[in-house]
Each structure stands twice: as structure tokens, then as C-alpha cells.
Design a protein around this ligand. Structure first.
Ligand code: UD1
Length: 343
């Protein structure tokens, strides 16, 4: 057991809350900052129910540098930051680009400034496979060329990666790891925490579970005329609990100085491409229900297919996914049914 103090930004959010659980179970002390823009404070209590320890939760906006400075004066000895807090809705980012750029970039800049000022040496950054666009060859490795972002959201991930990389070059004491997630789905096996979409979900799996509980009329399958075996888009869906464990590995790598350079990048996925219809089939299998869906036109900005080459994360982080697609979809369904009770 160790007692290193880790700051998790966005600690009541979807991936942040699951990562807080994994960190606490590994003996880390977790302190969260969250402005509750896209989450709920009771998620923090749920983390406590799962682990026996509720993280300290400070509720404010990372863009407020004075509050952030006071935070670092109050909490000394932070060993590493895992930076999740960000706006993340692709469609909304097209409508509100300035809010997305300001929020996602200023928060990252402020954290880096504080790392310099208060001597915090390590950051793990929540990035996305969106930086690859539609790759020319699959699976996609970390050295695959990056493509222009198809949304302001995607662009903020690319820009923040570049800012963090530059900071590690200029400031020797700072080291960082960007984790490029493929498609996180599912919920903690306890079904006490999970994805909490506000309003109509943009993502596939929450839309499926909300359709199944009757909150939505039907799922729209965005296109069946892609150049894929069944015509629907292909993604690499991974269980959020698997994904969260990779963050613990990344933090340990930095704290134990096992990193091979000051800035590293890892793809996090299963390495397996799965189509929209395969996700629907999985849902029907694990729930025993028929899902109401309809095939509609393609969604603008969607890429046809992407899945990860996870060799580097397997080898360097000693991490690989253990949950199957059915495990992940089933856990999303258990959580979705619990949410119906809350709604
Ligand atoms: C998008 C972003 C990704 C971001 C993720 C989480 C891009 C290219 N990808 O992933 O960076 O991290 O959201 O916010 O910007 N689908 C339907 N019907 C639906 C919803 C989705 O058919 O109602 C299909 C989509 O066409 C896609 C697949 O399901 O083929 C997955 O979609 P989604 O869950 O939204 O994730 P991405 O678009 O892959």
C-alpha cells in the first residue's frame, strides 16, 4: 500500500469516478476537483460506498486560477495529477467552439502553471483517439499520423496534448503521459457509478440503455452503407474499469520514474474493432430484450472505422483489457436500470 496523494480533476465524472475507485483500492489518497458541470456530487459518496473512503471533493472551476492557487496552498504534497475535467460533447463543441476552447485549454494551462509553482512533477492527461481522424492503416499505433480534428472538442484534445508536450520540454521537472482512449463504455461492477449523460445521450451505449428502459423511442443507427462487413461503423469499445486501471499504471510509472521519456503517449483500447450492429446484438444477448432501432443516414463527422494497436500499452504499462464486450455492455445495462430508479 502507498499513500501518495493524487489530484483527480473531473473526479465525479464518468472516467474520473471509476479511476478514483481504482486509485483508492490501490492505496492512493485521492483529492478531486470538479465544477459539477457534467456530473453530480453524490457520485463522490458512491465512490465512498464502493471503497470505504470518499475522496476529498473541492467544487470549483479549474479556469479560476486564484481558486486553483488556493487549492494548491491548502493541499501540499500532491504527487501527480490525472486531468479528466473537460467539456466532451462533440456536437455541442461545434455550436459552442469558444466555450470549448476556453474551458478545455485554460484549465490545462492553469494546472501546468500550478505544477511549476508548487513542484508537482507528473500529469496523466485524458486524450482521445479522435486525434487520429480516419487512419489510413489499421490498427492505429501511437506513431500513426494525426489528422485535422473534425470538431472543436477533438481539436482541444490535440492542442492540450501539444501544450503538455511543450511544457515537458521546457520544464525538466514536469513529465506527462497522454492516454488516447478509444470508446469507453460500461460501468463499475457494483452498478453504483457509471456514465451519467445530461439530456439526450450522443454516445451509442447510453442511448441503447435509455431506449431499452423507455426513455427514448428508438435508437437511430447512423448508416449501414459504410465499407465494413455489416455496413455500420466500427469502433474499439473498452470497459471503463479496464480503462481506469490504465490510469493507475500510468501514475505509478511516472511516480516510480519508469517512464522512458518526459512525454509519453499510449493508446488504450481492446485492439478489436466492433460494429454498431455487434454492439446491438451484444445488448440483446445480455439483456434478453429486443432493442428498437432504425437505420438512418450517416452522422456528419463520423469516421468509418478505427481500432487500436495496444502493443505499447501492453508492454510498457503492463496493461491490457480483461473484460469482454458482453461484460461491458451488461455492466452498462445494470447501471442503466439503476438510473431508471433515480430518474
Ligand atoms: C466520439 C468522439 C470521441 C469521444 C467520444 C466520447 C469523434 C470522432 N469521436 O466517439 O473522440 O471521445 O465521442 O464522447 O469525435 N451511433 C449510432 N447511433 C447513436 C449514437 C452513435 O449509430 O445514437 C454510432 C456512431 O455512428 C458510431 C458509434 O455508434 O459509429 C459510436 O458513436 P459514439 O458513442 O458517439 O462515439 P464516437 O463517435 O466513436
Amino acid at each position: 500500500m502507498n499513500h501518495h496523494r493524487i489530484l483527480v480533476t473531473g473526479g465525479t465524472g464518468y472516467i474520473g469516478s471509476h479511476t478514483a475507485v481504482e486509485l483508492i483500492e490501490k492505496g492512493f489518497e485521492v483529492i478531486s476537483i470538479d465544477n459539477l458541470h457534467n456530473s453530480e456530487a453524490w457520485i463522490n459518496d458512491r465512490i465512498g460506498m464502493i471503497t470505504g473512503i470518499s475522496p476529498i471533493l473541492e467544487i470549483f472551476d479549474l479556469c479560476d486560477i486564484e481558486k486553483l492557487d488556493s487549492f494548491f496552498q491548502k493541499y501540499k504534497g500532491i504527487k501527480a495529477i490525472i486531468h479528466f475535467a473537460a467539456f466532451k460533447a462533440v456536437g455541442e463543441s461545434v455550436e459552442k467552439p469558444l466555450e470549448y476552447y476556453r474551458n478545455n485549454i485554460v484549465s490545462t494551462l492553469n494546472l501546468l502553471e500550478m505544477m511549476k509553482k508548487y513542484g508537482v512533477k507528473a500529469m496523466v492527461f485524458s486524450s482521445s483517439c479522435t486525434v487520429y481522424g480516419q487512419p489510413d492503416t489499421l490498427p492505429v499505433t501511437e506513431v500513426s499520423p494525426l489528422k485535422p480534428a473534425t470538431s472543436p472538442y477533438g481539436n482541444t484534445k490535440k492542442i492540450c496534448e501539444d501544450i503538455i508536450h511543450d511544457a515537458t520540454i521546457a520544464h525538466n521537472e514536469i513529465k506527462a503521459i497522454s492516454l488516447r482512449y478509444f470508446n469507453p463504455i460500461g460501468a463499475h461492477p457494483s452498478a453504483l457509478i457509471g456514465e451519467l449523460p445530461r439530456g439526450v445521450p450522443e454516445n451509442l451505449v447510453p442511448f441503447i440503455t435509455q431506449t431499452a428502459i423507455g426513455l427514448r423511442d428508438e435508437l437511430k443507427v447512423f448508416g449501414n452503407d459504410y465499407n465494413t462487413p455489416d455496413g455500420s461503423c466500427i469502433r474499439d469499445y473498452l470497459h471503463v474499469s479496464d480503462l481506469s486501471k490504465a490510469h493507475v499504471k500510468a501514475v505509478e510509472r511516472l511516480i516510480e520514474c519508469k517512464n522512458k521519456s518526459d512525454y509519453e503517449i499510449f493508446n488504450l483500447g481492446t485492439g478489436k474493432g466492433v460494429s454498431v450492429f455487434e454492439v446491438i446484438n451484444s445488448f440483446e444477448r445480455v439483456s434478453g430484450m429486443k432493442l428498437k432501432y432504425r437505420i438512418t443516414g450517416r452522422r456528419p463527422g463520423d469516421i468509418e472505422k478505427i481500432w487500436a494497436d495496444t502493443t505499447l500499452a501492453n508492454k510498457e504499462l503492463g496493461w491490457k483489457t480483461v473484460y469482454s464486450l458482453d461484460d461491458a455492455v451488461k455492466s452498462a445495462w445494470e447501471w442503466g436500470k439503476n438510473l431508471r430508479k433515480i430518474n
